[in-house]
Design a binder for this molecule. Structure first.
Ligand code: NDP
Length: 245
């Protein structure tokens, strides 16, 4: 059990990149990181959604965010290198990354999954995170302390029928987190994963259309652990597969 005590401004001075910041858990995380003092970089596919998150943060009087529209399905290594250079030029370093954006695909029998769908899921949920992390490591090293948080799932820890490529991608995400945590052990960068648990978002609605969303945990409810893992109160946590609920 992690003891959480997120004090006011515990993220002040930090620059944190959030992928999938235009909706659901990523949007809530971006707003909460800003609330606790961070300058956030909002990355996502749909510019209008990122702008809506931006507007909300500015309206609340939190530090002004930056926006990076990027489709993780089509992004190249060069896109990530350019992104890292822009972040370095603007902020000088990067203190945190929340790898949150994901593609669910369609829940269906393994035998019926199309090559196109599997390729898209692996690209968005896995390859993009690999390339992005590789490109960002030099600027994460420039931060006094840095936290990289991968987003897993229950089906990333126990395989489940019909969750196919999504489930496999989340297992691989856990693997990437473990490799990095071991490789960078005893450095200033830490790597962990988090399983949000059932949370009321568009993705959850698509996966479980019959569920009553209002009865589910809301994205804002799970934010304390996300804030904790980005703050210097969690410097001793590395290589952990954590649960938000
Ligand atoms: P949402 O569907 O609400 O949000 C997903 C986000 O990912 C959106 O901002 C979306 O952007 C972005 N995204 C999807 N595809 C791409 C792409 N190709 N390029 C860039 N951004 C993209 O989902 P959640 O908030 O529920 O999910 C957040 C994370 O939590 C995911 O990793 C998910 O697997 C995980 N999770 C969620 C659970 C839940 O119950 N909600 C349970 C377990 C894990 P856009 O809207 O512009 O497409």
């Amino acid at each position: 059990m992690i003891e959480i005590n997120n004090t006011e401004n515990c993220l002040k001075g930090k620059t944190i990149l959030v992928t999938g910041a235009g909706a659901g858990i990523g949007k809530s995380a971006a707003i909460h990181f800003s609330k606790f003092g961070a300058e956030v970089i909002l990355l996502g596919k749909t510019t209008a959604k990122l702008e809506a998150t931006y507007d909300e943060i500015v309206k609340l009087g939190y530090p002004e965010p930056a926006i990076i529209p990027l489709d993780l399905n089509g992004a190249t290594k060069q896109n990530y290198l350019d992104m890292a250079n822009t972040i370095k030029d603007t902020f000088g370093k990067l203190d945190g990354v929340l790898h949150n954006a994901s593609s669910l695909g369609t829940i269906m029998p393994f035998e019926q999954m199309s090559e196109e769908m599997v390729d898209e899921i692996f690209k968005v949920n896995l390859t993009s995170q690999f390339k992005m992390t590789q490109a960002l490591l030099p600027i994460l090293k420039l931060a006094k302390t840095a936290s990289v948080l991968f987003t897993s799932s229950g089906v990333g820890r126990k395989g489940k029928a019909f969750w196919g490529a999504y489930s496999i991608s989340k297992f691989a995400t856990e693997g990437m987190m473990q490799v990095l945590a071991d490789e960078y052990d005893n450095t200033q960068i830490r790597f962990n994963s988090i399983n949000p648990g059932a949370t009321a978002t568009k993705m959850r609605r698509i996966a479980f259309p019959a569920e009553e969303q209002a009865k589910l945990t809301q994205p804002d409810d799970i934010m304390p652990i996300y804030i904790h893992l980005m703050s210097d109160n969690s410097l001793n946590i590395n290589g952990q597969a954590l649960n938000a609920q």
